[in-house]
Ligand binder design. Structure first.
Ligand code: NDP
Length: 273
């Protein structure tokens, strides 16, 4: 896992790094020598991940811990200010924090859920990128957005999530075009089903969660759902100089789900609602 990457001297900020894909990414960057910023709303989880990062860091780099809610612009400003104050620079921004939402258009709470989903999955990414550009320009850095296979196909009863991720994909392309002349690369990853806390965070009961992962283990061409490290591997590649000519691209890391048309919107609705 990522042994060939060397991020010594690089500062990497990963949102949503207190759990799941973000936590695995923080640990992998640390193992590759980076100085990482671990952030999320849960202070105890942030500290746990920071400890893991220190354990694997080849140069004893201590992670910066910042407890912040990405839906709050003041928190995002504090996150960036604290990072720059502490490390003096920023090379890689991973916009990973996010959550699912499953609600039909005819539900009375649909619109408020839609607004919340856009604030978390999309608006926070736009604002954080906006305030990081000046720092990334100085380091010729890059941005990696964590979208979803949901951005690439429709889904019944999950439109707010799909729309929030599709917007992220288009934001990525626009930013790649606009920031290329500043030597900032911007890419997006579309993960398929990955075993994390995402369904627990969405309030699903454990039996439905188990059913969800069992179903995907059966229908995905590679015969398994993904692990957070699968996505972290892709993130480190895109952040590295091995991807120096790659910008504005979608890296689909999904066990073949999209290729095999394996995710059926109606089945998802039945499983998630
Ligand atoms: P997890 O629920 O395991 O982790 C989500 C992370 O986001 C946590 O660190 C959580 O930290 C953080 N987070 C959530 N809300 C906020 C907030 N308001 N402010 C700050 N941090 C927040 O999910 P995953 O690791 O699975 O998800 C990571 C990304 O991957 C998401 O964007 C998701 O949409 C995407 N993805 C996941 C897939 C999957 O199958 N797992 C598939 C496709 C895409 P805390 O609770 O401490 O705030």
């Amino acid at each position: 896992m990522s042994a060939s990457f060397n991020f010594s001297g690089k500062v990497v900020l990963i949102t949503g790094s207190s759990a799941g894909i973000g936590a695995a990414t923080a640990v992998q960057f640390s193992r590759a020598g980076a100085q990482v910023v671990v952030t999320g709303r849960r202070a105890d989880k942030v500290s746990e991940v920071a400890k893991e990062c220190l354990k694997v860091s080849p140069n004893g780099s201590k992670a910066l811990e910042v407890v912040a809610d990405v839906t709050k612009v003041d928190d995002l400003r504090r996150l960036v200010d604290t990072t720059i104050k502490h490390f003096g620079k920023l090379h890689v921004l991973v916009n990973n924090a996010g959550a699912g939402s499953a609600i039909g258009i005819d539900n009375k709470d649909y619109y408020s859920t839609y607004l919340k989903t856009m604030q978390l999955n999309t608006n926070s990414v736009v604002y954080l990128t906006h305030i990081c550009v000046e720092h990334l320009e100085k380091t010729k850095g890059n941005v990696i957005n964590i979208s979803s296979g949901a951005a690439l196909q429709s889904g019944e009863g999950v439109s707010s999530y799909h729309v929030s991720k599709a917007a992220m994909d288009m934001f990525t392309k626009c930013m790649a075009a606009e920031l290329g002349p500043k030597h900032i690369r911007v890419n997006v990853i579309n993960p398929g089903p990955i075993r994390t806390e995402i369904l627990n965070a969405a309030g699903l009961p454990q039996d439905k969660i188990d059913k969800h992962y069992d179903y995907f283990s059966n229908v995905l061409p590679l015969g398994r759902v993904g692990d957070p490290d699968d996505i972290a591997d892709s993130i480190l590649y895109l952040a590295s100089d091995h991807a120096a000519f790659v910008t504005g691209t979608n890296l689909i890391s999904d066990g073949g789900a999209i290729a095999a048309n394996a995710i059926n919107g109606r089945t998802l609705r039945e499983m998630l609602q």
